[in-house]
Design a protein around this ligand. Structure first.
Ligand code: LCS
Length: 400
């Protein structure tokens, strides 16, 4: 079992550098070794039986546990201040493992309306096949969470900031509401990362991540994680993960461990760029609106300031001529890459209504605030002036 707890008392930048330990080095190695093995030899039949029965600790089989993956899990438990963490094959594997662990036939979910497209689709189309119903509500309005909870509600699921609309839900208040009804609050913390936001400290019960994004940070690997505040949730979700099999590969874990070491450096640089770009876009005559949690005009600016250590590096905006103008910008960028995903060192631009969130029906998309003119920017670590220049020349393609 992976429990955090090593450098809890240290500063955040120190934690990201030092939290991914393997334990006692074998040859004094500084980097965690990649234990690229599917299975582990038992010294005796008795020892094998003792490991299987849980009487003795020790590795058995990589789907169940692996030392490289465990080093990553220890790191995540430490950064999120959780009881324990589990690494998963992708972010969707993390989300589905939690749903499979907590939902039953006829169970009900209250979810943020604007969540990553696949999260919404899987609840709406796939779990629905098993009688699970979901109320998608604007969770920035706390009354709508309370109002949507039913006797059969098994969990409240929020994404904050939301992909791609950058709405912020008050985590502490959402947790209080869920707990009054005796149900857990699950938070997708992908957009903030534990460097900027730690939902478990604010009362949430379970955090999920797409590690593909900021935690890995280099657009070269997919992965996910679940972190829990209690042993009870940890054991239940670990059991489901082991049986359903959405576990992580050791090489994947090693790449993400390496990425995490520079999380502080990357995020500080990227969010500095993002704030300056948001301010620049806000002043630009071709830009009609900008949504970034660090702008005082953001509807939940005060909540973001209260629960986040920084405003992150995601933003979205609309331009003159709506979708047509946005397409012109996306087709004209030279340095910025037109691609989905986010959280890497390189700046990416995409159009949620026709890409990441296109599987959500249009009326539901619009109701959740994902308008056709919305362009999403994942701001990276380049020089600000170069990003500004690139956007400048791309925006100039929109006619006056
Ligand atoms: N949660 C959030 C908030 C996400 O943005 C994503 C992926 C996931 C979960 C799923 O993670 P995955 O399984 O891909 O590791 N978001 C994507 C996006 O906005 N563009 O491409 C993927």
């Amino acid at each position: 079992m992976s429990t955090g707890g090593k450098p809890h008392g240290l500063g955040k930048a120190t934690q990201v550098v030092h939290s991914g330990h393997f334990g006692d080095p074998i040859l004094g190695e500084v980097s965690v070794p990649i234990f690229q093995t599917s299975t582990f030899a038992f010294p005796s039949a008795e020892e094998g039986a003792a490991r299987f029965s849980g009487q003795k600790a020790g590795y058995i089989y990589t789907r169940l546990a692996n030392p490289t993956v465990r080093a990553l899990e220890d790191s995540l438990a430490t950064l999120e201040k959780g009881f324990g963490a589990m690494a998963t094959a992708t972010g969707m594997a993390a989300i589905n493992t939690v749903f499979l662990a907590l939902l039953d036939q006829g169970g009900h979910v209250v979810s943020t309306d604007c969540v990553y497209g696949a999260t919404r689709v899987v609840l709406e189309s796939e779990y629905a096949r098993f009688g699970v119903r979901t109320a998608f509500v604007d969770t920035t309005d706390l009354g709508s969470i309370e109002g949507a909870i039913e006797p059969s509600t098994r969990l409240v699921f929020i994404e904050t900031p939301t992909n791609p609309t950058m709405k912020i839900t008050d985590i502490r208040e959402a947790a209080a509401i869920a707990h009054r009804h005796g149900i857990p609050l699950v938070v997708d913390n992908t957009f903030a990362s534990p460097y900027l936001q730690r939902p478990l400290e604010l009362g949430a019960d379970i955090v999920v991540h797409s590690l593909t994004k900021f935690l890995n940070g280099h657009s070269d690997v997919v992965g996910g994680a679940v972190v829990t505040s209690t042993e009870g949730h940890f054991k239940r979700i670990r059991r489901i993960l082991s049986y359903f099999g959405g576990t992580m590969d050791p090489h994947q874990a090693w790449l993400i461990l390496r990425g995490i070491k520079t999380l502080a450096l990357r995020l500080e640089k990227a969010q500095g760029n993002a704030l300056r770009l948001a301010e620049y876009l806000q002043r630009h005559p071709k830009v009609t609106w900008v949504r970034y949690p660090g702008l005082p005009g953001h509807p939940q600016f005060d909540i973001a300031r209260k629960q986040m250590d920084g405003f992150g590096s995601m933003l979205c905006f609309g331009v003159k001529e709506g979708l047509q103008g946005g397409v012109a910008v996306m087709n004209s960028v030279r340095l910025i890459t037109l691609a989905v995903s986010l959280g890497g060192v390189e700046t990416l631009i995409e159009h949620p209504a026709s890409m990441t969130h296109t599987s959500i029906p249009r009326d539901e998309r619009e109701a959740a605030g994902i308008s056709d003119d919305l362009v999403r920017l994942s701001v990276g670590c380049e020089d600000f002036e170069d990003l500004k220049e690139d956007l400048d020349q791309a925006l100039s393609r929109i006619s006056d």
